[in-house]
Design a protein around this ligand. Structure first.
Ligand code: PXP
Length: 241
């Protein structure tokens, strides 16, 4: 029996709340239910435009949560200050464009090397684990290691798109497998996320070097039908089969 971790991303509970300008559903309530249902951590992405999670959600969730809180954030000074103030257990640095529907690709580490390095250093001083959200390729894994990251989170979006459309996905799978194995071999903890469903997660879980999955949109969508607790339990079974 493996012990792979499931990070539950609750951003889209806030999306539903914000769609009507209401105070429900409360992301904190979702975080606590996820915690009681076997989630290993809770992930939230505080976007620059605050389209889902807001500053006050971060504050309330951090105060009440007993399992680790993973804050996804863009590499900006504003977000660094927020992270230092709120002290999440983990930070995952992600690229961000205002106009994108979701996080469309991995970080461009080469272009933002010094800023990313500086952010990692400052977070490490506060004992915050830092991961970098990257495209699955060996070059970006190497750059993540040089920048001082503890972990890489491999963007599974390309694989999932091909998988969902029944298109050829062997190359996308190999990219994930090779970069995951390489990252592990140089001492990085390997995570995966983006666009994952039950079926694509089952496929990717064949890669033993991946130890953590961060899943959001599908979990919240599936919860409409079977509830958050049952969805989380199903995912925990899939990743630890
Ligand atoms: N991991 C990272 C770094 C993300 O930015 C996101 C959301 O875009 C996810 C995981 C979760 O993706 P999804 O909501 O598609 O499951």
């Amino acid at each position: 029996m493996t012990n792979r971790r499931l990070g539950v991303n609750i951003d889209h509970v806030a999306t539903i709340r914000n769609a009507r300008g209401e105070i429900y559903p409360d992301p904190l309530k979702a975080a606590l239910i996820a915690q009681n249902s076997g989630a290993d951590s809770i992930t939230i992405h505080l976007r620059e435009d605050r389209r889902h999670i807001r500053d006050n959600d971060l504050k309330r969730i951090k105060k009440k949560l007993k399992i680790p809180l993973n804050l996804e954030m863009a590499p900006t000074n504003e977000m660094l200050e927020i992270a230092i103030r709120n002290k999440p257990n983990f930070v995952c640095i992600v690229p961000e464009k205002r106009t994108e529907i979701t996080t469309e690709g991995g970080l461009n580490i080469k272009k933002n090397k010094s800023l990313i390095k500086k952010i990692i250093n400052k977070l490490h001083k506060r004992k915050i684990r830092v991961s970098l959200f990257i495209e699955p390729n060996v070059e970006d894994v190497k750059l993540s290691r040089f920048a001082g990251a503890d972990c890489v989170e491999l963007h599974t979006g390309n694989f999932c798109n091909l998988f969902n459309k029944n298109k050829k996905k062997n190359k996308a799978f190999l990219n994930l497998e090779n970069s995951a194995n390489y990252a592990k071999s140089i001492g990085l903890d390997v995570h995966a996320g983006h666009g994952l469903t039950y079926k694509s997660t089952l496929e990717i879980s064949k890669i033993n070097s991946i130890t953590e999955y961060n899943i959001g949109h599908f979990i919240i969508a599936e919860s409409i039908f079977i509830g958050l607790k049952n969805t989380i339990k199903k995912f925990k079974k899939i990743i630890n089969r």
